[in-house]
Write a protein that binds this ligand. Structure first.
Ligand SMILES: [Zn+2]
Length: 216
Protein backbone atom coordinates (compact mmCIF):
# COMPACT_ATOMS: atom_id res chain seq x y z
CA UNK A 1 0.00 0.00 0.00
CA UNK A 2 1.21 3.49 -0.87
CA UNK A 3 2.46 5.78 1.80
CA UNK A 4 5.02 8.56 1.81
CA UNK A 5 8.18 7.64 3.71
CA UNK A 6 9.14 11.30 4.02
CA UNK A 7 6.11 12.56 5.90
CA UNK A 8 4.36 9.29 6.76
CA UNK A 9 1.32 10.63 4.95
CA UNK A 10 -1.17 7.82 4.53
CA UNK A 11 -4.93 8.08 4.67
CA UNK A 12 -6.68 11.15 3.37
CA UNK A 13 -9.03 12.83 5.85
CA UNK A 14 -12.66 11.89 5.34
CA UNK A 15 -14.27 14.71 7.33
CA UNK A 16 -13.17 17.80 5.41
CA UNK A 17 -16.65 18.88 4.38
CA UNK A 18 -17.63 19.60 7.97
CA UNK A 19 -14.92 22.24 8.26
CA UNK A 20 -14.70 25.86 7.19
CA UNK A 21 -18.06 26.23 5.47
CA UNK A 22 -17.20 23.78 2.71
CA UNK A 23 -20.74 22.48 2.40
CA UNK A 24 -22.04 26.04 2.00
CA UNK A 25 -19.42 26.76 -0.63
CA UNK A 26 -20.27 23.62 -2.64
CA UNK A 27 -24.06 23.90 -2.34
CA UNK A 28 -25.54 24.35 -5.81
CA UNK A 29 -22.14 24.12 -7.51
CA UNK A 30 -21.99 21.89 -10.57
CA UNK A 31 -18.73 20.05 -11.09
CA UNK A 32 -18.18 18.02 -14.25
CA UNK A 33 -15.56 15.28 -13.91
CA UNK A 34 -14.11 13.79 -17.06
CA UNK A 35 -12.21 10.51 -16.60
CA UNK A 36 -10.19 10.48 -19.83
CA UNK A 37 -10.51 7.72 -22.47
CA UNK A 38 -12.68 4.59 -21.93
CA UNK A 39 -14.11 1.70 -23.95
CA UNK A 40 -11.89 0.80 -26.92
CA UNK A 41 -9.63 3.80 -26.14
CA UNK A 42 -7.67 2.68 -23.08
CA UNK A 43 -5.29 5.64 -23.19
CA UNK A 44 -1.82 4.69 -21.96
CA UNK A 45 -1.13 1.02 -21.23
CA UNK A 46 1.85 -0.16 -19.20
CA UNK A 47 2.78 -2.94 -16.77
CA UNK A 48 -0.64 -4.47 -17.41
CA UNK A 49 -2.49 -1.34 -16.29
CA UNK A 50 -4.73 0.92 -18.37
CA UNK A 51 -4.91 4.68 -18.08
CA UNK A 52 -8.69 4.65 -18.62
CA UNK A 53 -9.19 2.50 -15.49
CA UNK A 54 -7.04 4.76 -13.31
CA UNK A 55 -8.78 7.90 -14.55
CA UNK A 56 -12.17 6.35 -13.79
CA UNK A 57 -11.18 5.06 -10.34
CA UNK A 58 -9.95 8.50 -9.24
CA UNK A 59 -12.97 10.17 -10.85
CA UNK A 60 -15.43 8.00 -8.94
CA UNK A 61 -13.62 8.64 -5.65
CA UNK A 62 -13.61 12.38 -6.32
CA UNK A 63 -17.28 12.29 -7.27
CA UNK A 64 -18.09 10.68 -3.92
CA UNK A 65 -16.16 13.30 -1.95
CA UNK A 66 -17.77 16.23 -3.77
CA UNK A 67 -21.26 14.77 -3.64
CA UNK A 68 -20.99 13.99 0.06
CA UNK A 69 -20.12 17.65 0.69
CA UNK A 70 -23.07 18.98 -1.28
CA UNK A 71 -21.84 19.60 -4.84
CA UNK A 72 -23.75 18.37 -7.88
CA UNK A 73 -21.37 16.18 -9.84
CA UNK A 74 -21.85 15.14 -13.44
CA UNK A 75 -19.48 12.48 -14.75
CA UNK A 76 -18.75 12.23 -18.47
CA UNK A 77 -18.58 8.47 -17.91
CA UNK A 78 -19.07 6.17 -14.91
CA UNK A 79 -17.93 2.91 -16.52
CA UNK A 80 -15.45 1.66 -19.09
CA UNK A 81 -17.18 3.07 -22.17
CA UNK A 82 -16.61 5.46 -25.03
CA UNK A 83 -18.97 8.45 -25.18
CA UNK A 84 -19.66 7.99 -28.88
CA UNK A 85 -20.73 5.09 -31.15
CA UNK A 86 -18.24 2.74 -32.79
CA UNK A 87 -16.65 4.39 -35.80
CA UNK A 88 -16.64 7.87 -34.29
CA UNK A 89 -13.47 9.93 -34.32
CA UNK A 90 -11.42 10.87 -31.26
CA UNK A 91 -12.60 14.47 -31.68
CA UNK A 92 -16.23 13.26 -31.61
CA UNK A 93 -15.53 11.58 -28.27
CA UNK A 94 -13.83 14.68 -26.89
CA UNK A 95 -16.63 16.95 -28.14
CA UNK A 96 -19.14 14.67 -26.41
CA UNK A 97 -17.30 15.34 -23.15
CA UNK A 98 -17.48 19.09 -23.76
CA UNK A 99 -21.19 18.74 -24.59
CA UNK A 100 -21.79 17.04 -21.22
CA UNK A 101 -20.12 19.96 -19.44
CA UNK A 102 -21.94 22.64 -21.43
CA UNK A 103 -25.31 20.94 -20.97
CA UNK A 104 -24.74 20.60 -17.23
CA UNK A 105 -23.89 24.30 -16.97
CA UNK A 106 -20.72 23.36 -15.11
CA UNK A 107 -19.08 25.79 -12.70
CA UNK A 108 -15.91 23.72 -12.89
CA UNK A 109 -14.70 21.10 -15.38
CA UNK A 110 -11.87 18.74 -14.45
CA UNK A 111 -10.41 16.16 -16.85
CA UNK A 112 -8.39 13.29 -15.39
CA UNK A 113 -5.49 11.65 -17.18
CA UNK A 114 -2.15 9.94 -16.59
CA UNK A 115 0.97 10.24 -18.71
CA UNK A 116 2.55 7.33 -20.60
CA UNK A 117 5.87 8.17 -22.29
CA UNK A 118 8.95 6.29 -23.56
CA UNK A 119 11.20 7.67 -20.80
CA UNK A 120 10.46 5.48 -17.76
CA UNK A 121 12.30 7.85 -15.40
CA UNK A 122 9.83 10.71 -15.73
CA UNK A 123 7.43 11.06 -12.83
CA UNK A 124 5.18 13.56 -11.10
CA UNK A 125 1.93 15.44 -11.40
CA UNK A 126 1.14 18.32 -13.77
CA UNK A 127 -1.95 20.48 -14.26
CA UNK A 128 -3.01 22.24 -17.45
CA UNK A 129 -5.33 25.12 -18.22
CA UNK A 130 -6.60 26.71 -21.45
CA UNK A 131 -4.57 29.78 -22.49
CA UNK A 132 -5.74 33.05 -20.89
CA UNK A 133 -8.22 31.52 -18.42
CA UNK A 134 -8.56 28.97 -15.61
CA UNK A 135 -4.96 29.46 -14.45
CA UNK A 136 -6.18 29.83 -10.86
CA UNK A 137 -8.13 26.56 -11.03
CA UNK A 138 -5.14 24.61 -12.33
CA UNK A 139 -2.85 26.18 -9.71
CA UNK A 140 -5.24 25.45 -6.85
CA UNK A 141 -5.62 21.81 -7.90
CA UNK A 142 -1.91 21.31 -8.56
CA UNK A 143 -0.88 22.71 -5.15
CA UNK A 144 -3.42 20.61 -3.26
CA UNK A 145 -2.71 17.37 -5.14
CA UNK A 146 1.05 17.69 -4.65
CA UNK A 147 0.51 18.45 -0.98
CA UNK A 148 -1.76 15.44 -0.57
CA UNK A 149 0.30 12.90 -2.51
CA UNK A 150 3.90 14.08 -1.90
CA UNK A 151 4.40 13.50 -5.65
CA UNK A 152 6.97 15.36 -7.75
CA UNK A 153 5.53 18.73 -8.79
CA UNK A 154 5.99 19.16 -12.54
CA UNK A 155 4.07 22.40 -12.61
CA UNK A 156 1.14 24.19 -14.15
CA UNK A 157 1.10 25.03 -17.87
CA UNK A 158 -1.25 26.30 -20.57
CA UNK A 159 -2.25 23.61 -23.09
CA UNK A 160 -4.53 23.26 -26.08
CA UNK A 161 -6.12 19.94 -25.14
CA UNK A 162 -9.51 19.66 -26.87
CA UNK A 163 -11.58 19.50 -23.68
CA UNK A 164 -9.86 22.62 -22.34
CA UNK A 165 -10.16 24.91 -25.35
CA UNK A 166 -13.60 23.87 -26.62
CA UNK A 167 -15.61 24.75 -23.55
CA UNK A 168 -16.49 27.98 -21.78
CA UNK A 169 -16.36 27.22 -18.06
CA UNK A 170 -13.27 27.16 -15.82
CA UNK A 171 -11.44 24.00 -16.86
CA UNK A 172 -8.33 22.07 -15.90
CA UNK A 173 -6.75 18.81 -17.00
CA UNK A 174 -4.67 16.88 -14.49
CA UNK A 175 -1.96 14.44 -15.50
CA UNK A 176 -1.97 12.51 -12.22
CA UNK A 177 1.32 10.68 -12.72
CA UNK A 178 3.32 8.57 -15.17
CA UNK A 179 2.05 5.09 -15.96
CA UNK A 180 5.39 4.60 -17.75
CA UNK A 181 7.34 5.00 -14.50
CA UNK A 182 7.42 1.57 -12.80
CA UNK A 183 7.23 2.97 -9.26
CA UNK A 184 4.59 5.58 -10.02
CA UNK A 185 2.51 3.04 -11.97
CA UNK A 186 2.17 0.96 -8.81
CA UNK A 187 1.08 4.04 -6.86
CA UNK A 188 -1.45 5.00 -9.50
CA UNK A 189 -3.31 1.70 -9.19
CA UNK A 190 -3.15 1.74 -5.38
CA UNK A 191 -6.49 2.48 -3.76
CA UNK A 192 -4.95 4.65 -1.02
CA UNK A 193 -2.91 6.68 -3.49
CA UNK A 194 -5.92 7.15 -5.75
CA UNK A 195 -7.81 8.39 -2.72
CA UNK A 196 -5.00 10.85 -1.93
CA UNK A 197 -5.14 12.21 -5.50
CA UNK A 198 -8.91 12.53 -5.28
CA UNK A 199 -8.65 14.28 -1.92
CA UNK A 200 -6.10 16.69 -3.39
CA UNK A 201 -8.25 17.57 -6.39
CA UNK A 202 -11.23 17.92 -4.06
CA UNK A 203 -9.35 20.37 -1.84
CA UNK A 204 -8.02 22.19 -4.91
CA UNK A 205 -11.54 22.71 -6.26
CA UNK A 206 -12.60 24.08 -2.88
CA UNK A 207 -9.59 26.44 -2.73
CA UNK A 208 -10.46 27.66 -6.20
CA UNK A 209 -14.12 28.27 -5.30
CA UNK A 210 -13.04 30.12 -2.18
CA UNK A 211 -11.31 32.65 -4.46
CA UNK A 212 -14.77 33.66 -5.67
CA UNK A 213 -13.71 34.27 -9.27
CA UNK A 214 -16.71 34.83 -11.60
CA UNK A 215 -16.95 31.90 -14.03
CA UNK A 216 -17.12 34.13 -17.12
ZN1 LIG B 1 -4.96 10.50 -21.31
Amino acid sequence: MWHCDACDHKEACECYCRSAGVEKLLAGKIVVLDPGHGGPDSGGVNYGFQESDINLAVGLKLCKKLTRCGAKVVMTRTSDVSLTPVGSTLDDDLQARVDVAEKAGADVFVSLHVEDVPNINLQGIASYFPERRSYELACAIQAAVVEETCAVDTGVSPADFYVLVHNEMPAALIEMGYLSNPEEALYLVDNTYQNAIAEGIFKGIISYLQLGIPSQ
